[in-house]
Design a protein around this ligand. Sequence first.
Ligand code: 5GP
Length: 225
Amino acid sequence: MIKSKKNGELIIISGTTCAGKGTVVQELLKRNGNLEVSTSYTSREKRDGEVDGKDYFFVTDQEFENMIKNDEFLEYAKVQYGKYYGTSKKEVKKLLEKGKDVILEIDVQGAQQIKKLFPETILIFIMAPSMSEVKRRIKARGKESNEQIIERFKTAYNEINEIHKYNYVVVNDVLEDAVKKVEAILISEKCCVDRIEEISLENQEEIIHEFLIDKDFENKPIEIK
Ligand code: 5GP
């Protein structure tokens, strides 16, 4: 009776450093077969353990700039240490047309660019429970210099100021709770009336409907065959 839009949803997941948004996204992908994450392009160095084409498509600054000239990005931004990060138009279009719901794990600047292009995008911000917990998580990783940690903190504070531009905020204290909250958001968004393309009535329902809009219906018995 209710026909919803065929194309999938665009979902942006952003978050402060060490909020665990990557882990939340991986859990969501395991639980929902209709979700896909779009692989971004970046000009930053590949880290140990990262796989080209899976974590990111790793390109040089020059290659990234050529892609900008060729209008190949839905959005792009210089996110950290002057390095480019961007969402490929081709990749997202392909997934949406298959009816997949597409997660973009991108920063606040990129989120705003996408929101302008597609106002129906669902914007979710994942937060760590506190900044002292962030400090603990960064130190536990033990991979970064003091300068890099300070840089991450500055970015995190700037991003927290932008939270009002998002639709939802989820605090990732206990992973399972955070994942359940994001799942609940996605389920309720699917039921949103804005997603309805058409409401059609079947024969029997048409008959009842006609009786109900008929001025004299009170005087007539409703006969359902
Ligand atoms: P990392 O270098 O730690 O993988 O990512 C740094 C930041 O870049 C994260 O906040 C991540 O959300 C953001 N990011 C990753 N891909 C994209 C993208 O395609 N566009 C934008 N604007 N930000 C991105």
